[in-house]
Design a protein around this ligand. Structure first.
Ligand code: EPZ
Length: 423
């Protein structure tokens, strides 16, 4: 079938968007929770689960392992009493980078795991060397045959200390969850501090795991016996969705309120908006913004949490193209993530790439509508924002990639005045 696309009529600089945009549960909190559920011999229930394509993809991987995954509305249940396989289905595992999370829980639950090199976003090299060395440090052996990798620990994982030479979100999550099944204490250093890491630890602790220090650079996991949690685990709000919709409000809002979010996860984003002259009002789980007279230029550097999130960089780069003056975006986490800016230049932006990790931006510029195929989730959101504020009609192909990260996005945008249809 022809790949799905969004058609957007540009607002031509009119800043009249008005209303509320609800934020849904965080994709990058659901995925580690589903992987961790493989460790729990019983029924785990998760609520506030978004309707995005990555979830059934992860669910299919769990079913392939012998778990049963069912969904009622925004509640997802995982019954992992019986795990009968330790092989991740190759095609599914390749389509989803988050399949790396299962390496930890399947290895810990079954004593081995076989998997292909994971796929997912094409935003530069996505190695898994740190995962492999962490599990080897905990006593697993690593082997390759063809394009399949196998980690084995028939006598279970030992205790020990591991230092992440690079801060890795899924690496921290995968090793932390596996460590709950280790024979002795595991100390992890230079861990990721993301709210999604904390949320994964909270779920595991509700199943009886002994985990101290999640959200700090050092996490200590003591041997734990896990059992089904008594209560449903609520997925935290998606901070990247919130950042994306706040950017829209700052670009074209008369008054846009993002609801159901967690402002305390958005310090770097809110600080950046205020620095650019955007009026920001926080009240409870709602944040209201509008487009200022003039957006002020600035420089962003993406950084591990609590710094400015790399996933918020593409939507915020559109803000920089509208700021009056010279701005800079430094993408310090992923190489290859800035490639999408070439498409924005074709739409009229003045962007110069000065290194694999840095672009200089001159604003403000007007975006001319055109057809673009997005390479990944977050660049897709950036293209949507450019099309919305630009002139003329745009179509954005590979909409299914945007659907991986944003549930029914066209309905939420139409509700505040964006002229968008799915074609
Ligand atoms: C998570 O990816 C997110 N995905 C990404 O969101 C996010 O962009 C990224 O963290 C950074 O915040 C999920 O949580 C499912 P990393 P992850 O391991 O864990 C290097 C989205 O759009 N590295 O923290 O894969 C790696 O190359 C996605 O929702 C190694 O070198 O990212 C990168 O430079 C995109 N070796 C750095 O670590 C390894 O073994 C940080 O990557 C692992 C990672």
């Amino acid at each position: 079938m022809q790949n799905p696309a969004f058609r957007i009529e540009g607002l031509g600089g009119i800043q009249e968007l008005q209303g509320e945009i609800p934020v849904y549960g965080a994709k990058n909190a659901v995925l580690p929770a589903l992987a961790a559920a493989v460790l729990v011999p019983g029924l785990s229930k998760f609520e506030n689960v978004p309707g995005i394509a990555d979830i059934p993809a992860m669910g299919a991987l769990l079913e392939g392992l012998g778990a049963r995954v069912t969904r009622e509305g925004r509640t997802l249940s995982v019954e992992a009493g019986m795990i009968s396989s330790s092989v991740l289905e190759s095609t599914a595992a390749r389509s989803l980078r988050a399949s790396v999370l299962l390496i930890g829980s399947v290895l810990a639950r079954t004593g081995s795991v076989t998997f292909p090199h994971p796929g997912g976003d094409v935003i530069g090299e996505r190695p898994i060397d740190i995962f492999i060395s962490a599990f080897q440090k905990l006593g697993a052996t690593f082997s390759e045959s063809g394009d399949a990798y196998t980690l084995a620990a028939p006598n279970g994982l030992s205790g020990g200390e591991f230092f992440f030479r690079v801060v890795t979100v899924t690496g921290t999550e995968a090793v932390m969850m596996a460590a709950t099944a280790a024979r002795d204490v595991v100390t992890l250093k230079n861990c990721a501090l993301e709210p999604e890491v904390i949320a994964t630890a909270e779920y595991l602790k509700s199943c009886g795991a002994h985990i101290e220090g999640a959200g700090t650079p050092t996490i200590v996991i003591r041997p734990s016996t896990l059992s089904a949690p008594v209560k449903t685990h609520r997925i935290i709000p998606d901070r990247i969705e919130a950042a994306s919709f706040l950017a829209l409000g700052a670009l074209a809002g008369k008054s846009i309120t993002v609801t159901g979010c967690e402002p305390s996860h958005l310090d770097a984003v809110l600080e950046g908006l205020r620095y650019m002259g955007v009026p920001v009002t926080v009240s409870g789980s709602s944040i209201t913004v509008r487009a200022p007279e003039k957006l002020l230029p600035t420089r962003f550097r993406t950084h591990e949490y609590p710094g400015f999130a790399t996933d918020a960089h593409p939507p915020f780069l559109i803000l920089l193209t509208q700021a009056h003056g010279d701005s800079v975006m430094i993408e310090s986490i992923f190489d290859g993530r800035l490639k999408y800016t070439e498409e924005l230049v074709k739409m009229g932006a003045k962007i110069t790439q000065v290194s694999p990790h840095r672009v200089n931006i001159q604003g403000p510029t007007v975006f001319q509508g055109r057809h673009i195929d997005t390479p990944d989730i977050r660049a897709g959101l950036a293209f949507m924002l450019a099309a919305i504020i630009g002139t003329g009609t745009s179509t954005i192909g590979n909409a299914h990639l945007i659907d991986r990260g944003y549930e029914r996005i066209e309905e939420r945008l139409r509700a505040v005045g964006v002229r968008i249809t799915r074609v």
